[in-house]
Design a protein around this ligand. Structure first.
Ligand code: EMZ
Length: 395
């Protein structure tokens, strides 16, 4: 659950690890989510092991149940392939895997680069900008037009929806807000049925699953995930990375001189900020996690954020080391459900880093409000509600 914070850490780009003690001590943490307990799995090795074990820890239970906080009460449409288990999961995934690899295409990268260049130029023109709403949200939305292959103007509608499609300012589970997305998708799907084109809607409508065409409901399930899954996560990553470079101009300078570091820096920022704290699974039989008994039909969560700070895997886990060599982070999850949008997300962050390095001399944080998730006693900073920043051009 989200709450605005009043306490700020001295460095805005410092993101403390609230799981360390429990991770070292017992390897799990029990939390409550709407009177439904969740056992969070905290160690890197365990998280990877349980993420692979889809028979005992399943994703395809009731739609919305594996999300923490659970969205069971605000939606009943299954998100695909995220809320489906193998073997169907793999069949759905195979239909869209190639499409989600388009960010590797040079033309896609060029268009993204043009978008981000324009957005950074605008920052430099304005000088002082509130980046959550006036930079990261529009950058994420415009980039999504490339992933969907729809006209860039479509982004204006999505920008109006704000940072999260299921959460509003005072309601972490906002069913009315979800309906805005659902109605929009119904219209877009109908439009694609009438006038097939080369966008993701049409590609999905034309694809076959088990010798039949995908249904409208299935197409909607894929589209909802595409809209919801990479939204606040990407936006937080952009905001957080900008605060990092504001406080570490030497890192930007180094990347400018050694551009090959962009790849390592991208992975490291994703590891450090871990935009998605965790994802749940439903336990199918009485079993144990970290030697702790868990009951059938209860939930566990795979805590990517904790695994990414596990000192048995990452040296100096609480530091951003932009040229970190070995980096088996689980920022995009792990196992069969690893994020489909990872190539797109990476490409956005890489392009941002490259553009900042080439155009920006310094960044100054003027004011900010942190975004803190609260899980019982655990508080985790995931990003910012608002950050006002001053950008200075390179000469
Ligand atoms: C779900 C989830 C997917 C969920 C990879 O994460 O992202 C959340 O932001 C949404 O609320 O419905 O799409």
């Amino acid at each position: 659950m989200k709450k605005k914070s009043d306490k700020k850490s001295d460095k805005k780009s410092k993101f403390p690890d609230p799981f360390e003690e429990a991770r070292l001590d017992k390897g799990f943490e029990k939390i409550d989510d709407q009177n439904d307990p969740v056992t969070m799995v905290l160690r890197h090795q365990d998280v990877r092991e349980y993420a692979k074990n889809w028979k005992t820890f399943q994703s395809g239970a009731k739609p919305g149940r594996i999300v923490v906080p659970s969205e069971e009460h605000i939606r009943d449409i299954r998100q695909i392939p995220f809320e489906v288990d193998p073997p169907e999961h793999g069949e759905y995934r195979a239909l869209i895997e190639d499409w989600f690899r388009r960010p590797f295409n040079p033309e896609y990268q060029l268009e993204l680069s043009n978008q981000i260049n324009d957005a950074v130029d605008l920052l430099l023109e304005k000088k002082t900008v509130e980046i959550v709403s006036d930079f990261s949200l529009p950058v994420q939305s415009k980039a999504l037009t490339l992933l969907l292959n729809v006209p860039i103007e479509e982004a204006n509608t999505w920008i109006d929806w704000g940072v999260h499609v299921f959460r509003s300012e005072d309601n972490p589970l906002d069913g009315d807000k979800a309906n805005i997305l659902y109605d929009y998708l119904d219209k877009q799907i109908d439009k694609a049925i009438e006038h097939p084109s080369d966008n993701l809607y049409s590609v999905l409508l034309a694809s076959e699953f088990k010798n039949r065409k995908l249904t409208k409901e299935e197409v909607k399930g894929v589209m909802i995930l595409t809209f919801a899954g990479g939204r606040d996560t990407v936006i937080n990553t952009l905001n957080n990375s900008i605060t990092y470079f504001a406080e570490h101009p030497e890192a930007l300078e180094r990347i400018r001189n050694e551009p090959r570091l962009i790849h390592q820096a991208t992975e490291e920022l994703i590891r450090y900020f871990s935009p998605l704290t965790h994802m749940g699974r439903v336990v199918t039989e009485d079993t144990y996690v970290c030697e702790h008994a868990v009951k059938a039909d209860s939930r566990i969560s795979l805590c990517w954020a904790s695994a990414n700070r596990d000192a048995s895997v990452f040296e100096k886990p609480d530091e951003v080391i932009i040229d970190r060599k070995k980096n088996p982070h689980v920022g995009f999850g792990f196992g069969p459900h690893k994020c489909l949008g990872e190539h797109h997300a990476r490409q956005i962050l890489k392009t941002l880093i490259k553009t900042l390095a080439s155009k920006v001399k310094s960044i100054e944080i003027l004011d900010e409000e942190e975004n803190i998730e609260e899980w019982g006693d655990i508080k985790r900073k995931v990003g910012f509600e608002r950050i006002e920043v001053n950008f200075n051009k390179r000469d």
